[in-house]
Design a protein around this ligand. Structure first.
Ligand code: GFB
Length: 310
């Protein structure tokens, strides 16, 4: 990809979008196009199509989405399926209409069947029922994958999809009602330490296993695939190992310096028991994650303190 290529990063203010802009700038791409939600409402089909016709980017990273943790997904079900379907349909159709040759669609590991064999290979998609707590979001993201595949087959587009595992890192969402486990545990451990609490509340049983990838590793994988000329298909992006939620909480408590005990809140859902990704497809073309879990948590905690006050 030429360094002066016009690269549109949709969703540049989010954790993934901001990591992509950071990584692209580090790699010397100086022609990055971004729009805030106030400047461009991606739920508006005609505004999105007009923007893409005007800007005609050479490449689009689709990091704009309605995202959230298990509680948000399980309660705001209509928002998650509607907004994600509309954003991806407007961007992918608008990209094709504007003659955008390449596009990277971002999905999630929750698109795979709840009980499929682990680690999860890309070809397990649509081989079984989904995890109920995030089925609306997963259906929307599966539709996005199928949109890319269909525009490639019918129109000769070169749109590929990236399926990241659970992400965390700088600029994460720390709102406890809508966040994922990692930022929630970082914030809760920090506040418990500040208050001198005796215990930290962890949702569910602590038994589910999750794989965690630092968001800068994801951004590196996306830019790697763009530079490799990826043109179709699905690429899992993960670190290749997982931990139980209890182990995660213990690691976060150790990094933050909270020495109380864990109290499990069984009234909250566990979600899928495990979703470890098979990352061999990406590894076989020369990419692997670099940032280990404990180091990543320490960096995320420093970012939390810098943004949200110590
Ligand atoms: O990260 P998380 O919200 O989403 O929850 P999923 C992972 C596990 O952490 C669940 C537990 O078993 C939660 O019960 N957990 C423990 C907590 N304490 C907390 C807490 O304070 N907050 C949260 N949020 N969880 C999401 C999907 O599933 O994964 C999304 O719903 C997306 O669509 C995302 O795919 C990557 O990993 O269960």
């Amino acid at each position: 990809m030429e360094k002066n290529a016009r690269i549109y990063v949709a969703g540049h203010r989010g954790m993934v979008g901001s990591a992509l802009v950071r990584r692209l700038q580090q790699a010397g791409y100086g022609n990055i196009v971004v729009r805030t939600r106030a400047e461009l409402d991606l739920l508006n089909q005609s505004a999105t199509a007009a923007f893409l016709q005007r800007e005609k980017p050479d490449f689009i990273f689709m990091a704009a989405a309605k995202v959230g943790g298990i509680h948000a997904n399980n309660t705001l079900r209509a928002d998650f399926i509607y907004e994600n379907l509309m954003v991806e349909a407007n961007l992918i159709h608008g990209a094709w209409q504007a003659g955008v040759k390449q596009l990277c669609f971002l999905g999630s590991s929750c698109i795979y069947p709840r009980d499929c064999p682990q680690p999860i290979r890309e070809d397990y998609l649509l081989t079984g029922p989904l995890e109920p707590t995030n089925e609306p979001y997963a259906i929307a993201k599966i539709a996005g994958i199928k949109l890319c595949e269909s525009y490639n087959r019918q129109h000769g587009a070169r749109y590929f999809s990236v399926m990241p595992t659970n992400l965390y890192g700088p600029n994460d969402n720390y709102d406890l009602a809508s966040s994922h486990a990692m930022p929630a545990l970082i914030r809760k451990a920090h506040e418990a330490k500040q208050r001198g609490d005796k215990e930290l509340v962890v949702w569910g049983s602590g038994k589910p296993r999750r794989e965690f990838l630092y968001v800068d590793d994801l951004a590196d994988a996306c830019v790697f695939l763009m530079e490799q000329g990826a043109a179709d298909g699905i690429y899992n992006v993960g670190c290749g190992e997982d931990v139980t939620i209890r182990e995660l909480a213990e690691t976060v408590m150790s990094v933050v310096g909270f020495t109380g005990r864990i109290a499990f809140d069984a009234s909250k859902p566990d979600g899928t028991p495990r979703k470890l990704l098979d990352v061999s497809r990406l590894r076989d073309i020369g990419w692997q994650a670099r940032i280990p879990l404990r180091e990543g948590i320490a960096q995320a905690y420093r970012d939390y303190l810098a943004r949200h006050g110590g």
